[in-house]
Design a binder for this molecule. Sequence first.
Ligand SMILES: *Cc1c(COP(=O)(O)O)cnc(C)c1O
Length: 220
Amino acid sequence: MRRRLEAACLRAGRRPAEVRLLAVSKGFAPALLAGAAAAGQREFGENYAQEALPKIEALRGGPAPLTWHFIGPIQANKTRAIAAHFNWVQSLARLHVAERLSAQRATNLPPLQVCVQVNISGESSKSGCTVTEAPELCAALVHLPGIQLRGLMTIAAPEPEAARAGFRRMRELYESIAGQLRSTDFDTLSMGMSADFEAAIEEGATLVRVGTAIFGRRDS
Ligand SMILES: *Cc1c(COP(=O)(O)O)cnc(C)c1O
C-alpha cells in the first residue's frame, strides 16, 4: 500500500510526505488495527461511533498515540461521543452540527480538527454540502472555538472519469476557499479511497482514506 502511494506521488511529481494515509478500519477487528499500528500506521478512520468507541479503547496504550478520524454520517445523538473520543471529523456538512460539536468539545482537549464534506458528484445518495454552500460554511466554522477547520473532504463518483473530474473540481474549490480564508491551518484535501486514491493523489489530495486496499475485504 505504502509503495503504491509513493509511486503515485512520484508520477505526480509530489513528495510522499505531502500525502497522509488514513487507514479506514470500519468493519475490521481491533487485532487487525493493532497490527497496522505496530507496523507504524498512526491515523485511523471510523464511520460509526458505536463501533468505533470500543476499538479506540482497545487500541489505547499501544506503541504510540493514535489519531482517530470520524468519517461517517453524523447522527445528532452521537455528537457528544464524537466530540469526546475523536481527534478529527471529516464528514461535517451542516453549521448546526458544527455548533454542537464545538460546544460539546471539552475545553481541556485541543479543538476538534474538521473537514467540510462536499458532495462533488451531486448524487443524491451521497452526503455533504454543495459546492455553492462550501465557502460560506467554511467561513462560519472559523469562528467556532471548539473546532479548527482543516480542509475539505469528498467521496468520488464510482466511474473513474467522473471521479477524476470531481477530484479536479475539489482541488479548485479547496484552493479558492484557502485563498479566501488565508488560514495556515487550512491544509487538508481529503479525497481518494481504495479504488481511486492514485487518481486523487495525481489531482492534489493531501490525505487519502483507504480501507480494503490495506486490510482486505470487509465481511459485513
Ligand atoms: C469506507 C470508506 C472509505 C474507505 O473505503 P475503501 O474502499 O475500503 O478504501 C473511505 N472514506 C469513507 C468516507 C468511507 O466511508
